[in-house]
Design a protein around this ligand. Structure first.
Ligand code: KIV
Ligand code: ZN
Length: 507
């Protein structure tokens, strides 16, 4: 009897081959090398680096990756032709993945070969690879739509020709766990070499089918980061690995803590963003919004977190929204060291719910902005400096200029300044005016958080310093960067002035 807990499953990553076949994706040689290094660090067993016969450039990249002395084994894809295999051999890879269609529809319309010709080409190709002392994984493409007796005949002949492993492609993703289980069991009656599985996600079944194949005896799974690949993609690396580790208690060589950073790197280099609700690596995968959930996870993470976020390189996110509860918002604010009073918290929760009811997603920056409004770092009568109005001009062949009208200690003043940009000009104009009261200069400026889209909320964090060396920080968040900067600056100046006056009064 197999001891399930000790099984180790090999991870064959095809991000750089099938993943690169994702419509719209085209990676440069540098991108491919960067991803290969990351995959090796991640700990995948095999990196399918590319399809050398497709171009001279691709051949060079595969060769460079093979030469890079990565820990993972490097594989090249090849059709069952001498020319393709020669191109793969020229890359000095340790493993060549040879494929040829075996389904009636693909034999006839994709390669125009008879079943007899397919059988001969498969055998000849495997023998040719083996003659060169290189390992060979063989794929009967579209295995899942092939006639079983013919598929078995090809697989048996491939084994006799020396294939080292058999990969079973569900090329158009039409299997369900029950049928893939049956197919693996059937193939096990004719081959003894290790069996690998390659599932596409046309019906959203790639991960489930891959896992079913493993249960049926496959020892290797073809995956791609973020589920990239032809059409709807391949089985997603992160989902397969985490299910193997956490549900099946099987082992892989993958360092799961690098899953998120790997996903981010691939998303950024391929330009294919990950959907927010994607398992493991989606932005919402560890975010909790409703009151009952946020209360549960802050009390005991296991309540709504089947995976510890840090295990996959992530952190928990408590999201404020119309379903948010007081406890969740309090915990979220405490995490960033904001401690509102009971009264203020009640008001913050109410405003979050109001925004949520208007259909607006309340981002962290929005939450901070409305919290500081409620907490009123500087509010109402205490304000020494207040903005009446402001105008900025910027553009090409125009010197960025800002004019600002402020109330200082109850009196109105106007100033204009130029700067390297509209923010610089506006902040200079404010400092010019407030220097009438006290010299307060901007000592630090950070544009800290921008949440998606050109109408995103931008958060500005500043530090201002007075002549005595007192430093005060302030922040503001707005969709308009200039306004956020001005608001933060005025807030900071007010805090500084109020502090100084209070200190003065005490003396
Ligand atoms: O999906 C598929 O059949 C493939 C083959 C090249 C194995 O990617
Ligand atoms: Zn594929």
């Amino acid at each position: 009897m197999t001891n399930k807990t000790t099984r180790t499953i090999r991870i064959f990553d095809t991000t750089l081959r099938d993943g690169e076949q994702t419509p719209g994706v085209s990676l440069t040689a540098d991108d491919k090398m960067e991803i290969a290094r990351q995959l090796s660090k991640l700990g995948v067993d095999v990196i399918e680096a590319g399809f050398p016969s497709s171009s001279e450039g691709e051949k060079k990249v595969v060769r460079d990756i093979a030469k890079a002395e990565l820990t993972s084994e490097i594989c090249a894809l090849s059709r069952a032709t001498k020319g393709d295999i020669d191109a793969a051999l020229a890359c000095d890879v340790g493993l060549i993945h040879v494929f040829i269609p075996t389904s009636p529809v693909q034999m006839k319309y994709a390669v125009n070969l008879t079943p007899e010709q397919v059988l001969v080409a498969a055998v000849d190709s495997i023998e040719y690879v083996k003659k060169h002392g290189v390992k060979c994984e063989f794929s009967p493409m579209d295995a899942t739509r092939s006639e079983l007796p013919f598929l078995k005949q090809v697989c048996k002949a491939a084994q006799d020709a020396g294939m080292d492993s058999l990969n079973v492609p569900d090329t158009v993703g039409i299997m369900i766990p029950k049928t893939i289980t049956k197919l693996i069991e059937e193939l096990k009656t004719v081959v003894t070499v290790p069996i690998s599985i390659h599932c596409h996600d046309d019906f959203g079944m790639a991960v489930a089918n891959s896992l079913a194949a493993v249960e049926a005896g496959a020892v290797q799974v073809h995956v791609a980061v973020n589920g990239l690949g032809e059409r709807a993609g391949n089985a997603s690396l992160e989902e397969v690995v985490m299910a193997l580790h956490m549900i099946y208690k099987y082992k892989t060589g993958v360092n799961t803590r690098l899953l998120y950073s790997t996903s981010r790197m691939v998303a950024s280099l391929t330009g294919i963003t990950v959907q927010a609700n994607k398992a493991i690596v989606g932005e919402n995968a560890f975010a909790h919004e409703s009151g009952i959930h946020t209360r549960g996870v802050t009390e005991k993470p296991l309540t709504f977190e089947p995976i510890k976020p840090e295990l996959v390189g992530r952190t928990r996110k408590l999201v404020a929204g119309k379903l948010a509860g007081t406890r969740g918002i309090k915990a979220e604010l405490e995490e960033i060291d904001i401690h509102p009073s009971e009264e203020q918290l009640k008001e913050i929760v109410q405003r979050v719910k109001d925004l949520g009811n208007k259909g607006k997603m309340v981002t962290d920056a929005d939450l901070i902005a409305l919290t500081s409004a409620v907490m009123g770092e500087v509010i109402g009568e205490e304000k020494i400096v207040d903005l009446c109005d402001m105008a900025v001009v910027t553009g090409i062949k125009v010197i960025p200029t800002a004019s600002v009208r402020l109330v200082l200690d109850g009196k109105e003043y106007i100033a204009a300044e130029t700067g390297v940009g509209p923010v610089d000009a506006a902040l200079k104009a404010i400092q010019k005016l407030t220097s009438n009261l006290e010299k307060i200069r901007l000592s630090e400026y950070r544009l800290e958080a921008i949440t998606g889209g050109s109408n995103a909320v931008a958060e500005v964090v500043i530090k201002v310093e007075d002549e005595k060396g007192n430093i005060v920080s302030a922040r503001a968040a707005r969709e308009d960067i200039v306004m956020a900067s001005v608001e933060a600056m005025i807030n900071g100046i007010n805090k500084c002035l109020i502090k100084n006056r209070k200190q003065g009064n005490k003396k």
